[in-house]
Design a protein around this ligand. Structure first.
Ligand code: GAL
Length: 347
């Protein structure tokens, strides 16, 4: 694998941002930014050999700084929601930034997605790291966190997260890439399968109620067998209404990097994505809140123009008592791995 880099811009507060390009032996490549550990492009051949960029992103740093939606970024310190922004650990209450209606979302107003990380790289991959001080967006504990990306000759993107703290804190790290296996247009025809028998039920603000829903009892939410993302999305189902589409945490049947968590396939391009992860859940988000905007190379993005498969710990896990617990304590080391493996079916 070859790593090259170029200046990508300067943030509004004067920090230089670099774009790294990881190119494998097949000529397929990933472009990463040290701003938010962002996956900016992921370019690989479709079934007829046409190089296709299958993630959403922007042309300029300013758009990453100003637009919402977390395109391609790593989100943290705690991905997804924490009810009322209230974090209670060992009886001590911490008030986090409230940036999503009544709740805390994706690390607050300025989460990990809006920070410049330190980059170290070699021919095997690139590690982004940062120090998140105690009090950042309200969190307890000084956190040393790293995200390592590797891009194999077999078109597998591996994301490895590590973190250590000096006081008990909540950590939940994910990547917020929007996949569109055709490169543009709708994803409603993509076939999706998720190896999950349950979801965590949401309230109308997309916060877990603490209850689980059996997918056998809820066909609209059920992806145990592959079906088009859009087949049931307009069904008058309360879960879909709460998320304005899919925006739900799927409880993985058996997490582990040697087992498949989810599979996404586009019949139009012949590209398949297989997701494997050590994390217990995956947030399926069908880009319901992605307002119309101009993306890379003049491509227009629309709601439902991407699928996020955000591998994660369950949302609001501490307040709801979900296991495994996302509390990280001094002396412990968080280690999570997610692999997105791509292939194209030859016609
Ligand atoms: C998702 C979240 C959505 C929305 C989106 C960003 O992870 O579940 O509700 O906030 O991020 O627009």
């Amino acid at each position: 694998m070859e790593v090259t880099h170029r200046p990508f811009g300067v943030t509004k507060d004067g920090q230089s941002v670099t774009e790294f390009r990881l190119t494998n032996r097949q000529g397929a490549y990933v472009k990463l930014l040290d701003y938010g550990c962002t996956v900016r492009s992921l370019v690989l051949p479709d079934a007829v050999g046409k190089m296709t960029d299958i993630v959403l992103g922007y042309d300029t740093l300013r758009e990453y700084e100003e637009r919402d939606g977390y395109l391609g970024a790593v989100v943290g310190r705690f991905a997804n929601r924490i009810g009322g922004g209230k974090l209670v650990i060992d009886g001590q209450e911490y008030l986090l930034a409230v940036n999503d209606g009544p709740n805390h979302l994706h690390g607050g107003f300025r989460g990990f997605d809006r920070r410049v990380w330190k980059a170290d790289w070699n021919e095997k991959g690139i590690t982004f790291s940062r120090f998140s001080p105690e009090g950042e967006e309200g969190y307890p504990g000084n956190l040393q966190v790293a995200v390592r990306y590797e891009w194999s000759d077999e078109n597998e993107l591996t994301i490895h997260y590590t973190a250590e703290t000096d006081a008990a804190t909540a950590v939940n790290l994910t990547n917020h890439s929007y996949f569109n296996l055709n490169g543009s247009g709708s994803v409603l025809e993509h076939l999706l399968q998720i190896n999950a028998d349950q979801i965590t039920e949401n309230d109308p603000d997309c916060l877990p109620t603490g209850r689980f829903i059996e997918l056998a009892d809820c066909p609209a939410m059920d992806f145990r067998t592959a079906k088009p993302v859009g087949r049931d999305i307009e069904i008058p189902d309360q879960n879909l209404r709460n998320g304005k589409g899919y925006d739900h945490n799927y409880v993985l049947r058996s997490p582990g990097i040697d087992r498949e968590a989810a599979r996404l396939y586009s019949p139009a391009s012949g590209i398949t994505l297989v997701c494997r992860t050590t994390q217990p859940g995956v947030q399926l988000y069908s880009a319901n809140f992605l307002t119309e905007r101009c993306g890379k190379n003049g491509v227009i993005y629309y709601p439902r123009g991407g699928v996020c498969l955000e591998t994660q710990h369950f949302p609001d896990a501490i307040a709801k008592g979900f296991v495994p617990s996302p509390i990280l304590r001094p002396g412990e080391r968080l280690e999570e791995t997610t692999i997105y493996a791509f292939s194209s079916e030859k016609p």
